[in-house]
Design a protein around this ligand. Structure first.
Ligand code: ADP
Ligand code: MG
Length: 294
């Protein structure tokens, strides 16, 4: 197959690994900077141009960064219109990027989540706090990643000040029950198609509740409980993704979904587990192209 890896930089670990995995399986593989793609929206001849020439691809692996979701997904959508197979659909990438909407969709489909509320106005902050069970609680920037913008508020007064400070900056936030029992640990499952291909347990350093590797967390390979595995696959499929990084947290009422990521980094998970995740993604693309998967 002629595979395009839609990524801004060929030197990024995940991009490099996906290209290697595709080449190792005998495919043609090109890294394509989607910001340099020009789209021809035509009824008769839709096309994507790159460096002035139409791109002829059989499959794409989108690695669209969160700052360029709008343009990146437009390019992915255009490939879809041409019948090019994609690891993740444009619409599903957009949904995964919108934390509030994806939590609503997951909740509607009965996927377990921490109790979560959000509001635009601060008029009912106390109500919001009470309804997720009161302090200690988590306040999160909807647009945050890598643990930045995730705050643990120890008291209702602290929660109220954090909420009003974020709102003053016009930031969208959500308020969530704090799962203390997780003790700074969470689980990342890499779901490809209908299967968890790799999973790691991440643990926050002492004195920190956020387990993000960027926050100094450590990771180790883990064999998932059947309930975690089923939850991860269900969450990924509910959002509609073919490739997803699903974050879960252990609670007394079972595992809960924290977030579903459409462009999961491969470095941490391949490093911790030794699994060839990039190869699994390319294998999945092959099955998609042959109509053996959806
Ligand atoms: P980000 O998108 O910035 O990674 P997350 O929602 O994944 O934001 O939160 C970052 C980390 O904070 C999680 O990996 C987890 O360790 C911790 N965390 C997040 N939400 C909760 C919660 N409700 N209860 C306990 N810990 C949480
Ligand atoms: Mg996270």
């Amino acid at each position: 197959m002629r595979i395009g890896i839609l990524s801004l930089r060929r030197t990024l670990y995940s991009t490099r690994r996906l290209r290697e995995a595709a080449l190792a399986r005998g495919h043609e593989a090109r890294v394509i900077d989607y910001l340099r793609c020009t789209v021809q929206v035509s009824t008769r001849r839709p096309a994507v141009f790159y460096r002035g020439r139409p791109l002829e691809l059989d499959a794409v692996i989108p690695r669209v960064g969160s700052t360029h979701t709008f343009y990146g997904t437009a390019v992915v959508r255009q490939f879809e219109m041409q019948g090019v197979v994609t690891a993740n659909n444009a619409g599903c990438i957009v949904l995964a990027r919108d934390k509030l909407r994806s939590m609503q969709v997951l909740a509607r489909e009965g996927v377990d989540l921490p109790e979560t509320g959000f509001a635009h106005s601060v008029l009912d902050s106390q109500g919001l706090i009470d309804r997720v069970g009161g302090a200690p609680l988590i306040v999160k920037l909807v647009a945050g990643t890598q643990g930045v913008g995730v705050v643990l508020a120890g008291s209702n007064a602290a929660a109220e000040s954090v909420i009003s400070a974020f709102r003053q900056l016009n930031a969208d936030i959500l308020v969530q029950e704090f799962i203390e029992e997780a003790r700074g640990g969470d689980t990342r499952a890499l779901v490809v198609g209908d299967r968890v291909v790799a999973a790691m347990r991440r643990q926050a350093p002492a004195g920190e509740f956020r387990s993000n590797l960027h926050r100094g967390g450590s990771a180790r390979r883990v064999r998932l409980e059947p309930a975690e595995e089923a939850l991860a696959v269900r969450a990924s499929r509910t959002i509609g993704l073919g490739v997803a990084g699903v974050d879960m947290i252990a609670s007394p009422r079972g595992p809960l979904i924290l977030e579903v990521n459409a462009s999961p980094g491969l470095e941490g998970i391949e490093g911790a587990t030794g699994v060839d995740v990039a190869g699994e993604i390319v294998d999945y693309l092959e099955r998609l192209a042959e109509g053996q998967e959806r």
